[in-house]
Design a protein around this ligand. Structure first.
Ligand code: NAD
Length: 444
C-alpha cells in the first residue's frame, strides 16, 4: 500500500484518486476550490461522471480517500505526489503550464523527504525537467526527489472503467527507485495483465500527445472522406464499417459527424503543433486534422440552412449540447459554434441535454432551456441532433411530426436512416450518406 497525494480534483485527479484508493492505497485529494473539497467530503461529486459518486463514497467511508485544501496536509505522509491540474490551451494554442508550475513551486517549499513527483496532467515534452528545476529552486534545503510522467488516457463518461481496465499504463521515470514505487501503485493492474510501458520521461510525455493526435487524425480523416462520399453519392457509414473490419485500421473513431471536441483532443492537437514548431518539425498531418475539424460546425450550419433556407425567426430544437454523450462537458463542443451561427442567422433555440445544460447556460444565458425532448421539439421548425445520447437514439418521429411546426431533421451524428425519417414526412440531412447533401422536399 502506498500513500498518495493527488493534486487537482477534476475529471482526472478525482477519478484517479478514487480508483487508486479502491486499489487499496491511501489517497489525499487536494484542491484549491474550497466548496469542491467541502462538497466531496459530503460525497458530492462536482461534475457528472457515471459511477463516481459510489466509488468516492465507498472509499471515503473506508478511510482510504481524504479531501483537503491543504497541500501540506496532503503531502505530509505521501510517497508520491501526482499533479493532475488543468493544462488549458493558451490564446496562442500552446499548453498553459501556469497551474502545473504553481503546484511545482508549492511542492518544492513543502518537500522534506524523498518523494516521487508525477505529472499526470497532459504536458509538453520537457515539462517534467522544467518542473524539477522549479521544485529544486523552491526547496528550503536540499532534498532528494524523483520526477515521473504517468499520462492519463481515461475518457470522460467511461473514466472509471478506463482507469480500472486500461489498454495500457505508461510510466516514464529516470530512476529505478521511482519506477519501483510507480509499479507498486499500479500492482492491481499488473495482476490483470495490463500492459505497462516503462520508458524515459520524455517518451512518456510524447506518447500522450501522439495518441490523442492520432485519434484526432482518424476522426478528421473520416469526416473529410464523408464530404467526398456526399459528392460522389457513396455512403460513409458503409465505408467506415468496411474500413473498420480491417484489423490494421479498427472500427473506433471512424464515425462521421461533428468531429472532435472536449477538453483533450482540441487542446492536445494544438499543443503538439506548437511543440513541433518549437523544434522546427511542422506537424502537417495534425494541422490538417485541426482544420478539417474546425469546418464541421459550419458544415452543419450550411445543412441546417439547406433544410430551412431562412432561419430568421424560426425555432430550432437542439438535442444535446455536450461534446459527447455521458458527460456534462461542453469544452470545445461543436454545439457552441453551431449555436452561435444559428443565433447570428436569427433563429430561436430550444435546447435540451440530459446533464450539460447548466454548463451551456454559462456560455449562452438566453436560450430557451427545456426539460425534455418533447418540450424542445414542440413548435420547432427544425430539430438538430447534436449529441448522440441514448435517449436521442430512439426518437418517436410520429410524435415529432405531430408537435413540430415544420418537419425538418438534421442528424449530425448519423444515427438515423434517411428512409425511416422521411417516412414520417421529414426533410432529413446527415453527414456523408446518400441524400445528406441534397435534403428532399417535405413528404418525399
Ligand atoms: P479539470 O479542469 O477538470 O480539473 C483541474 C483541477 O485542478 C480543478 O479542480 C482545479 O481547481 C485544480 N487545481 C488547479 N490548481 C490547483 C492547485 N494549485 N492546487 C490544487 N488544485 C488545483 O481538469 P481535468 O479535465 O481533470 O484535466 C487535468 C489534466 O489531465 C489536463 O492536463 C488534461 O489535459 C489531462 N487529461 C484530461 C482528461 C479528461 O478527459 N478530462 C483525460 C486525460 C488527460
Amino acid at each position: 500500500m502506498k500513500k498518495i497525494c493527488m493534486v487537482g480534483t477534476g475529471y482526472v485527479g478525482l477519478v484517479s484518486g478514487a480508483c487508486m484508493a479502491d486499489f487499496g492505497h491511501e489517497v489525499w485529494c487536494v484542491d484549491i476550490i474550497e466548496d469542491r473539497i467541502a462538497g466531496l467530503g459530503r460525497g458530492e461529486i462536482p461534475f457528472y461522471e457515471p459511477g463516481l459518486d459510489t466509488l468516492v463514497k465507498k472509499n471515503h467511508a473506508a478511510n482510504r480517500l481524504h479531501f483537503t485544501t491543504s497541500l501540506a496536509e496532503g503531502m505530509e505522509q505521501a510517497d508520491v505526489v501526482f499533479i493532475a491540474v488543468q493544462t488549458p490551451m493558451s490564446a496562442t494554442g500552446e499548453a498553459d503550464l501556469t497551474y502545473v508550475m504553481q503546484v511545482g513551486e508549492q511542492v518544492g517549499t513543502l518537500l522534506t523527504g524523498y518523494k516521487v513527483v508525477v505529472t499526470k496532467s497532459t504536458v509538453p515534452v520537457g515539462t517534467a525537467r522544467r518542473l524539477a528545476a522549479v521544485i529544486k529552486n523552491a526547496l528550503p534545503e536540499p532534498v532528494d526527489f524523483d520526477m515521473a510522467s504517468n499520462p492519463e488516457f481515461l475518457r470522460e463518461g467511461s473514466s472509471i472503467e478506463d482507469f480500472m481496465r486500461p489498454d495500457r499504463v505508461v510510466i516514464g521515470t529516470e530512476s529505478q527507485r521511482a519506477a519501483d514505487i510507480m509499479s507498486r501503485i499500479y500492482r492491481p493492474l499488473y495482476l490483470l495483465d495490463t500492459p505497462i510501458v516503462h520508458c524515459d520521461i520524455e517518451t512518456a510525455e510524447l506518447i500522450k500527445y501522439a495518441s490523442n493526435s492520432f485519434l484526432a487524425v482518424k476522426i478528421s480523416f473520416i469526416n473529410e472522406l464523408a464530404t467526398l462520399a456526399e459528392q460522389v453519392g457513396a455512403d460513409i457509414a458503409v465505408i467506415a464499417k468496411a474500413m473498420g473490419l480491417d484489423k490494421r485500421i479498427g472500427p473506433k473513431f471512424l464515425h462521421a459527424g461533428l468531429g472532435f471536441g472536449g477538453s483533450c483532443l482540441p487542446k492536445d492537437t494544438n499543443a503538439i503543433v506548437h511543440i513541433g514548431q518549437s523544434q522546427d518539425v511542422p506537424m502537417r498531418i495534425v494541422t490538417a486534422a485541426i482544420d478539417v475539424n474546425a469546418e464541421l460546425p459550419h458544415r452543419a450550419f450550411a445543412k441546417a440552412q439547406q433544410l430551412v433556407p431562412d432561419l430568421a425567426g424560426k425555432t430550432v430544437a437542439l438535442l444535446g449540447v455536450a461534446f459527447k454523450p455521458n458527460t456534462d462537458d461542453i469544452r470545445s463542443a461543436a454545439s457552441i459554434p453551431l449555436t452561435r451561427a444559428l443565433l447570428a442567422a436569427g433563429a430561436r433555440i430550444n435546447a435540451y441535454d440530459p446533464v450539460a445544460m447548466p454548463n451551456f447556460r454559462e456560455v449562452f444565458a438566453d436560450l430557451n432551456y427545456c426539460d425534455s425532448t418533447f418540450e424542445a421539439v414542440t413548435g420547432a421548425d427544425l430539430c438538430i441532433l447534436v449529441t448522440e445520447w441514448n435517449e436521442f437514439r430512439q426518437l418517436d418521429f410520429e410524435q415529432l411530426a405531430k408537435v413540430m411546426r415544420e418537419r425538418a431533421f438534421l442528424d449530425c451524428r448519423n444515427v438515423y436512416n434517411h428512409k425511416h425519417v422521411a417516412g414520417y414526412g421529414f426533410r432529413y440531412a446527415c453527414f456523408g450518406r446518400p441524400d445528406s447533401a441534397r435534403p428532399r422536399g417535405e413528404g418525399q
